[in-house]
Design a protein. Sequence first.
Length: 230
Amino acid sequence: MLSTPPKKLRLTLLSLGILLGLSGVWMLVPQLLSPNAIGLSFDRRGAEAALAHRAHAVQAAETGVIRGDLWTSAAFTGALAMWTENAPGPDRKNAEQLVQVRANAEKALALAPINGAAWLFLAMLPSAAPDAESRIATLLEMSYFTAPNAPELAPWRLTRSATSSALADKDIQEFIKSDIRELLKRPPEFQQAIIAAYRSALPQNKPIFESLVVDVDSAMARSLHPGQPN
């Protein structure tokens, strides 16, 4: 005949069951609120589509509390902010939304700092903070450290570096050469991203960027200039 478990054991098992049940609810409810993970969109159409899911994504993140993946999705619904200009006297509504998008991205990275796309997203968000320009190199470095082999991010890392003071950083230059090598292994449309990044570069960055391309592939470097074969 089986003996009845001691009272302490019964209470322990009951507590464990309740804890497991609550954990299941904690995992399930956010998924019901926002069933699909939202990736980072690098075109306006995709960013506008992601924006439609903002309310549910933010609600899911708030329910998940410490789930960095949910806060990352919530941040990415604000990808349209990457095209917000820092013009004098910006629209107040857009400015408030930008602050919230940045806060969501920073919270996502505080909870899950291994997402290279999230670090890149934060680097691409416009900012009027005094140290904004100096922070870009650090944010890009974190993107490279957490996603070193990410061809889908490479075009945008090249562009962000070329359009900021980050390109003067020697470590960033090595990372850029790595991205260029990766893109050169891909179909021609990926290689066009190298040309696009060069043409969008700040005037003082163009010689630096071109020298990095030359270091990797001199034939590709000749394609940077209009009239030259790609």
